[in-house]
Ligand binder design. Structure first.
Ligand code: NAP
Length: 301
């Protein structure tokens, strides 16, 4: 029985990256659809759940992707709503690599040191990767701040992850490198609270590709930062002075992970999750499930 992966992408053109990893994860055939939304997904889901016997259904799976995490979450919900009894197939959500990238980065940080009780600042954390990283850091017991250039965007990202994960996050406006540095020092004033935040021990760079978030002096001279991860692999990198290949390297007394250093685990994790989809027909692989796999893989080295 052929393993079929149906890629439902919320963008007009389905992601090539996700097709390649679909094959590398073990699918025999990847069938891509772009422009998928809760209104038009119904017939596509019917095609996955009514075509194979109960024993064969594990050979059909769905991957939800696209550049917008909120759209991806809504699509995942609409697909799950179509499932009933054993008329279901396994499904994975990874809009813009959000779950796999955040899970890989946070799992490597969690393996390096206990995150519970630490202050973590997710710089430019309003995108898909940053939102998920903030949620996973908070689930580990860290006290998490999300920065954005715009107050309203930081608040929205916090609210959405709080509702989804039941965690508490703190929004912080930081318009440039200097302001992001101040946020890491704890000097930034939190909206409404009127007081400073405590200094960061963990910094997670989640800015758009090719956007520098901190200059080297901003973190090298910071005495409280213990660990940092940067997800941006497109020069200029997010955290100047962190090499994209760094994987648990000590720099200026801090343990750092660069985008390719953590990206290797991200890719391995993405493939492993695709492979896992074909083991049973009743799995939903979202942030928590993907993070559990990431932690296992990080522990194995
Ligand atoms: P994204 O949505 O493209 O961007 C994240 C945030 O960056 C935006 O919400 C925005 O925040 C901020 N930003 C955009 N332009 C900016 C500018 N000129 N100055 C300052 N901030 C700016 O990113 P994503 O999809 O979450 O991905 C995050 C990073 O992970 C990207 O660099 C992506 O390439 C990388 N990535 C890496 C891997 C890996 O394996 N290493 C895998 C997937 C993705 P505000 O507008 O709210 O300020």
């Amino acid at each position: 029985m052929k393993k079929l992966l149906f890629q439902f992408d919320t963008d007009p053109m389905a992601s090539v990256f996700d097709v390649v990893v679909g094959y590398d994860g073990g699918a025999d055939h990847v069938v891509s659809y772009g422009g998928v939304n809760p209104e038009n997904v119904g017939a596509l889901v019917d095609g996955t759940i009514f075509t194979r016997s109960p024993k064969e259904k594990k050979c059909t799976a769905i991957f939800v992707g696209g550049s917008n995490l909120d759209d991806g979450q809504k699509l995942l919900k609409a697909v799950k709503k179509k499932f009933f009894a054993d008329f279901r197939v396994s499904i994975m959500l990874d809009s813009n690599g959000s779950n796999t990238t955040a899970a890989a980065g946070v799992a490597l940080l969690a393996k390096t040191a206990l995150l519970k009780g630490k202050r973590a600042v997710v710089l430019a954390g309003t995108g898909p990767v940053g939102q998920r990283a903030a949620a996973l850091l908070a689930k580990e017991g860290a006290d998490v701040v999300i920065t954005s250039r715009q107050k309203a965007r930081a608040e929205m990202a916090c609210r959405q992850m709080e509702e989804r994960f039941g965690v508490k996050l703190t929004p912080c406006e930081a318009t440039d490198n200097e302001a992001r540095s101040k946020a890491c020092e704890g000097a930034q004033v939190i909206f409404g609270a009127g007081s400073g935040i405590s200094p960061a021990q963990v910094v997670f760079g989640a800015g758009a590709a090719g956007i520098q978030l901190l200059e080297a002096k901003h973190w090298q001279e910071n005495k409280t930062i213990e660990m940092m991860a940067d997800t941006n692999a497109t020069p200029p990198l997010g955290l100047e002075g962190v090499d994209m290949m760094d994987k648990g390297k000590e720099r200026n007394g801090k343990i750092v992970f660069g985008a390719i250093g953590l990206g290797a685990l991200k890719l391995k994790l993405h493939r492993a999750c695709i492979a896992q989809l074909f083991e049973r027909n009743d799995q939903v692989l979202d942030a928590e499930e993907i993070y559990a796999v990431a932690k296992r893989m990080a522990a194995e080295g």
